[in-house]
Write a protein that binds this ligand. Structure first.
Ligand SMILES: NC(=O)C1=CN([C@@H]2O[C@H](COP(=O)(O)OP(=O)(O)OC[C@H]3O[C@@H](n4cnc5c(N)ncnc54)[C@H](OP(=O)(O)O)[C@@H]3O)[C@@H](O)[C@H]2O)C=CC1
Ligand SMILES: CC(C)(CO)C(=O)C(=O)O
Length: 308
C-alpha cells in the first residue's frame, strides 16, 4: 500500500513515521528546512515512544511519488487548497483520501476537489509539534487515529489501512460513525484550543481553576448545541460528561496545536475552530457568544506575527 503523507509536521510526521516503522510504503511530502533535515538525517520522534526512521522517502514534489493508494492530508487548514492542487497528479481513480486535519468543514473542501467516493473521514489524536527540522516532539502518551467510511460500512480499504496502522503501533480504529467521531473531537478541540490559546496556559491549570473550568465547559456546550442543530448525533450532555472527562484525563502539561502556533507567531486555525462554530451556529440560529469572544480575542494574532 503506497501511502502519501501530505504535510509531515506534528500530525503527518508522527503517524507517517509509525506507519513506516510498521513496514508501510510511506512517502512524505515536506518543504523547507524540515525537508532538508528529513533527507539528511531521517525523521525523529521524541517523547514517550521515541522513534528514528532513518531512510525516509521524502519530496517537495508530490508528482514524483506516482499514484498513491492512500493520501493522508495533514497540512494546516490554511494550506489545504494549495495542497489539493499539488496532490492532483498522485490521485488516480483508486486513490483514497483522508483528512486528519482538525475541524468539521475539511471534508467538504475535499469533496469539492475530488470524487466523494474516494474520501473517507478521519480524526487524529496526538499532541505533537515540529521541535526542530526533522524532529517531532510528542507531549503525553495519547496517540490514536480513527477513520471510516461516511456510509458506516467496514470497507476493504479501511481494513487495509487499519492493518498498516496497527503494524506500526498506532492505536487505530475503523469507525462506523465517523461523522460523529469528527464532531466529538471538534467539541473537545474547540474547548482546548480556545482556552489554552486565549489564556496562554496548558490544560492543567485551566481545568483546576473553577472559573476557567466553567468557561471551558460552556465553550464546549456551545459546540454541542451547534452540532445537534446541524443534525449530528451528539448526546445533549456530551460536553458535560465525555468531553470534560477527556479534558480531565489528558496530561496536565498538554496544550493545543493552536496554542503552540500562537507562541511561535504562526498563523492560527481559529477561523475554522471557534470561528467555524460561530459560522455554523449563525446558519442555524444557535447563539455562540463564547466562541465569538475567542475568535475576536485572537483576531489580531490569526495571521501570525510576534505577540507580547
Ligand atoms: N499537531 C497535533 O498535535 C495535531 C494536529 N492536528 C491538525 O492537523 C493539521 C496539521 O497540524 P500540524 O501537523 O500540527 O501542523 P504542522 O505545521 O506541524 O505540520 C504541517 C506541515 O505541513 C507542511 N506543509 C504545508 N503545506 C505543504 C505543502 N504544500 N508541501 C509540503 N509541505 C507542506 C508545513 O510546512 P511549513 O512549516 O513550511 O508551513 C508543515 O511542515 C491541523 O489541521 C491541526 O489542527 C490534529 C491532531 C493533532
Ligand atoms: C487536542 C489535540 C492535541 C488532540 O489531538 C489536537 O488535535 C490539537 O491541538 O490540534
Amino acid at each position: 500500500m503506497r501511502i502519501a503523507i501530505m504535510g509531515s509536521g506534528g500530525l503527518g510526521g508522527y503517524f507517517g513515521a509509525r506507519l513506516a516503522q510498521g513496514g508501510a510504503d510511506v512517502h512524505f511530502v515536506a518543504r523547507g528546512k524540515h525537508l532538508e533535515a528529513m533527507r539528511s538525517q531521517g525523521l525523529r520522534i521524541e517523547g514517550p515512544e521515541p522513534l528514528h526512521v532513518k531512510d525516509v522517502k521524502v519530496t517537495d514534489r508530490p508528482a514524483d511519488i506516482g499514484e498513491a493508494d492512500v493520501v493522508l492530508l495533514c497540512v494546516k487548514l490554511w494550506d489545504t487548497q494549495q495542497a489539493i492542487e499539488q496532490l492532483r497528479p498522485i490521485v488516480g481513480p483508486r486513490t483514497t483520501l483522508i483528512s486528519f486535519q482538525n475541524g468539521v468543514l475539511k471534508d467538504q473542501t475535499l469533496r469539492a476537489a475530488f470524487d466523494a467516493r474516494q474520501i473517507m473521514g478521519g480524526v487524529g489524536y496526538v499532541a505533537t509539534t515540529i521541535e526542530a527540522p526533522g524532529v517531532i516532539r510528542q507531549t503525553g502518551p495519547m496517540q490514536r487515529l480513527i477513520f471510516g467510511e461516511f456510509d458506516g460500512s467496514r470497507s476493504p480499504r479501511g481494513e487495509a489501512l487499519l492493518a498498516a496502522c496497527l503494524a506500526g503501533g498506532i492505536k487505530a480504529e475503523l469507525s462506523e460513525h465517523i461523522q460523529r467521531e469528527i464532531w466529538q473531537k471538534f467539541v473537545f478541540l474547540v474547548g482546548l484550543s480556545g482556552t489554552t490559546t486565549t489564556m496562554r496556559k496548558t490544560i492543567g491549570p485551566i481545568r483546576s481553576n473553577p472559573q476557567t473550568r466553567a468557561f471551558l465547559l460552556d465553550v464546549m456546550r456551545e459546540v454541542v448545541a451547534v452540532g445537534r442543530a446541524q443534525g449530528v448525533d451528539l448526546p445533549e450532555d456530551f460536553a458535560d460528561r465525555a468531553a470534560m472527562e477527556r479534558a480531565d484525563n489528558v496530561s496536565p502539561d498538554m496544550t493545543s496545536s493552536m496554542h503552540h502556533d500562537l507562541e511561535r507567531g504562526n498563523r492560527l486555525e481559529v477561523r475554522w475552530l471557534a470561528g467555524g462554530v460561530v459560522e455554523l451556529g449563525q446558519a442555524k440560529g444557535v447563539p455562540t457568544p463564547l466562541n465569538r469572544a475567542i475568535h475576536d480575542i485572537l483576531a489580531l494574532h490569526a495571521e501570525g506575527g510576534p505577540h507580547a
